[in-house]
Design a protein around this ligand. Sequence first.
Ligand SMILES: Cc1cc2nc3c(=O)[nH]c(=O)nc-3n(C[C@H](O)[C@H](O)[C@H](O)COP(=O)(O)O)c2cc1C
Length: 207
Amino acid sequence: MNVLLVNGSPHANGATATALKTIADRLHEHGVDSRLFHIGNKAIRGCIACNYCGPNRVCFLNDDPVNEGMALLRTSDALIVGSPVYYAGPNATLCAFLDRVFYRKSDAYAFKPAAAVVSCRRGGASATFDRLNKYFTIARMPVVSSQYWNSIHGNNAEEALQDKEGLQTMRTLADNMAWLLKCIAAGKAAGITPPEPEPWEGTNFIR
Ligand SMILES: Cc1cc2nc3c(=O)[nH]c(=O)nc-3n(C[C@H](O)[C@H](O)[C@H](O)COP(=O)(O)O)c2cc1C
């Protein structure tokens, strides 16, 4: 069992990384492996809607971490995305990354449990959390919850480590993720398979 932890912050060792490290440590206690993927602080272009990825399964733009992240997600059992809060939403670079990881390829992620965690100085955490959950819920990924909406408060790692409830929320999320992964593995061993999707009924409101 392997959980992909995506750090969407430009800071490799900031508040978001602190939340993800707390999760990784707790997953490890449960015997669940994880790998951390930092999207970095270089430019990641937004989706150009060329639709190349539909038939080709990779993004046409190949000079940033998107295709690497996508390949890692395909070979992971679960996903946790971490984001700093920027103006009450995920940071723009992470949104560009996720738009391109998910667009027209999300069938490959179906039934992998997923969760978002966010870090902020003061406000906008739950709006950011809601926005990130949209990627998972359009992709048939079961969303794993915790004891609160997954946020930690602090401008940096040192401050985040003082948010005792935030840290506990991360540990609880890891507990719940490990439990669900083990349930899925047990179900699979017992012959329970994911539901077959119906053919897509795509309507644009009027037809
Ligand atoms: C452009 C920008 C916008 C921000 N907007 C908010 C905000 O809306 N609410 C908030 O509480 N903090 C805001 N912050 C602070 C960050 O969310 C906070 O420092 C975060 O924990 C940093 O995480 P990191 O150390 O992983 O990068 C903002 C920071 C930046 C750089």
